[in-house]
Design a protein around this ligand. Sequence first.
Ligand SMILES: [Cu+2]
Length: 502
Amino acid sequence: MKDPSSRKGILAVLAMLLAGALTVSAHVGSPDVYCEGDAGPYHLFVTVRIPQVIPGIAEIQIRSASNDVQRIEIVPMRLSGAGSNLPPTPDVAEQSKQDPQFFTGSLWLMEDGALKVRVSVDGAKGKGELSVPVAAFARQTLKMDKPLGGLLTFLMLFLALGLVFIAGAAVREGNLRPGEAPAPGRARRARIAMAITAVIVFAILYLGGAWWNSEARNYDREVTFFKPPAVETTLENGNRLILRAKGQDPRWSRYMKMKEVIPDHNHLMHLFLLRTPGLQEMWHLHPDRTADGAFAEDLPTMPAGSYQVFADIVDKNGFPWTLVGTLELPQIQGKALAGDDSSWSGGAVNASAEESTVSQLADGGRMVWQRPSVPLRGNTPMNFKFNVEDKDGRPATNMEPYMGMAGHAEFVSTDLAVFAHVHPAGSVSMAALELARTAQAGASGELQVGAPMAMPMATSNAPLPAEVSFPYGFPRPGEYRIFVQVKRAGQVETGVFDAHVQ
Ligand SMILES: [Cu+2]
């Protein structure tokens, strides 16, 4: 995978080399992948930093919970379908000298779409494997530095003119003896040769430019294709909300068939309605698919106002999409919340809430964030740990799985440019994790295959621990609100925390 042999690859490498400072464009969701899970007997925390451009280099960081890991190999593959069982030669992740439980590596991601990074571990307890789903997509076209562009233009002209003069000199003086003067006829032939060479050089430059521009246009379309699709909403019969997805690129709607959307933790769509501004109310609903490729939800009772819409779906290849839109609602008289639907209402975001660590729960209990004592930083992998207490301050004893998991967390930046729906297994979609796991189980023969943490555990009757944790990292500095949802005694409880990230 280290050989960027495709033209696109070379272009991308050039674009990267030529780029100045990398800037992250505003983006809904956060592209980097945080995943916690078991590779056989080894518990790992894996971070995959997605490159700005595809093909591009993803940076992989792996922390092992135990100190018995000797070697880790990493390789990118397609998440499902052809290629998901035919890995290229893996790379060996480098073990840190100071911190032997920490491994790093770089991988070329050659294509966009639903990929996975297969992590193969070897150590004192034998072998193990973990597949981390990765949604790879290009986020921008990197611009060339002005001074560098000037230098390259100068060099190009120098080479082009040089070629013309070399052709002339070769015809005029190529087979003269030292000291001999060229005949007048030769000078004329030399000028003809220079004219022909100039035409050829110009044609090469022109065709090269056309090729470059067409590659750049295709690339721009890829960037647009992967931008968050818009959600168009209409309200029918007072409280029936119809949602339709519209891609930023016309090809998106041809690619994305709503009838092929796959369920992600029990639902085809997870719809979040956030009251704006202030994020002082939140609904987490699960619309049904309609026959004509839309989604519909009978809204519960909701106050009139402006809402931000984030709607998570997963396509047939395991690629997660977040539809984004805004919504103006009149006062809604609706049904009561039922099933997995939940809501929260409370205070507006308090940007100065540096110490937002305790959230009162609706049932009288509270949720406590084991917030690190150091300031929160963007782009830093963290484990967000929350304790659930009953109304007497003791650890909650009646925790249940909510949609198959110990908890669900939504990280939203107050400018609404970041939205991530995270689980105890990380920022990957559970549907993608399931696809990665089945492909892995089919491929790995006698290897010890570990199920990623927090796969559906609804079958177990034992109460869950009173602590939930989420591996994640804020993608950039800013103000964030974190919604943490757990289930106690049949009731969904939502803890809310504000975070200032530096
Ligand atoms: Cu969830």
